[in-house]
Design a protein around this ligand. Structure first.
Ligand code: SF4
Ligand code: SF4
Length: 288
């Protein structure tokens, strides 16, 4: 077994039902054993994957903006067309004038187009930034959402534009809109879970999501313990999906990870697990 080399663009999304299940652990270590891979951290509220790629070099830091409408009160005649047009309920009509709820504005630009009086102009607002790092043959991209920003969707979309070669997408936890955005264009999803009843409940919601998007998927069982693995394994067998890898519950792995180390660099057994996972994905045609 060795490092996997892949030439074509392939996007693999890594998901979990809740934070702390090992999604970033799996994403970073899998990316680490694939030659010339790109790691995209779309967990933009708490991006920390870049920390694991030690001695990385920051090569770019770009601010990301979205556009929201502003209203010229002198030009606005109160026709209400913009409010009626907005399908996201981001505009209300109060005191005969439109009022914006920018947290729910999807920046579609439609209200500006329908206003016949030139009373709407869009303005840019800063929603976060994208940091791009290099480490050897790896590209590491980290989206960081500005504190107070309500929606991660626009920022995640910009992070996804950085995909190159084999791309591992570290998705936000759960199954909200931001996760739906992060799995767009993925050829395969890896669902990371743990052998507990709580994790079983959460991962079933993720299964519903990836099935809705019709993306093939398989599971990685983190913190595996033979005495309780059946909690997840019985479920995986019942839906006839592949269990791609089991990562043992290990103090050494937990300690290295807590110290910001990639176990695929530092622990031969863990490295074998991730190389086997990449080999398996290649055999299944996902990395070809
Ligand atoms: S469409 Fe233009 S003129 Fe009509 S309410 Fe909206 S901003 Fe005012
Ligand atoms: S830009 Fe789109 S989503 Fe935002 S207020 Fe206008 S119509 Fe609604």
């Amino acid at each position: 077994m060795g490092i996997i080399t892949v030439n074509k663009m392939k996007k693999i999304a890594v998901l979990s039902g809740k934070g702390g299940s090992g999604k970033t652990f799996v994403s970073t270590n899998l990316s680490n054993v694939i030659h010339s891979s790109t790691y995209l951290d779309c967990d933009v509220e708490e991006p920390n994957g870049y920390i694991f790629f030690e001695n990385n070099k920051l090569i770019a830091n770009n601010t990301v903006y979205r556009e929201i409408p502003t209203f010229d009160e002198e030009k606005c005649v109160g026709c209400r067309k913009c409010v009626d047009f907005c399908k996201f309920s981001a505009l209300a009509f109060i005191g005969n004038k439109p009022l914006l709820f920018d947290e729910v504005c999807h920046s579609c630009g439609g209200c500006e187009l329908v206003c016949e009086y030139g009373a709407i102009k869009n303005k840019k607002v800063d929603i976060g930034n994208i940091e791009i790092y290099e480490k050897g043959d790896k590209k590491i991209v980290s989206g960081k959402m500005k504190i107070g920003e309500a929606s991660a969707v626009n920022l995640i979309s910009e992070v996804l534009d950085q995909a190159r070669g084999t791309t591992i997408v570290d998705c936000p936890p759960g199954s909200a809109c931001s996760t739906m955005e992060a799995i767009k264009g993925a050829e395969f999803c890896i669902l990371v879970t743990e052998p507990t009843i709580f994790s079983l409940h959460n991962i079933q919601m993720i299964v519903e999501l990836v099935e809705l998007f019709n993306i093939p998927y398989g599971f990685v069982l983190n913190k595996s313990d033979e005495s309780i693995d059946y909690i997840i394994e019985d479920y995986i067998n019942s839906i006839d999906k592949p269990l791609l890898a089991k990562i043992p519950f290990s103090k050494d792995i937990a300690t290295q990870t807590a110290n910001g180390k990639l176990v695929s660099d530092n622990d031969p057994i863990a490295r074998d697990i991730f190389v086997s996972l990449a080999d398996d994905l290649e055999r299944k045609g996902i990395l070809k």
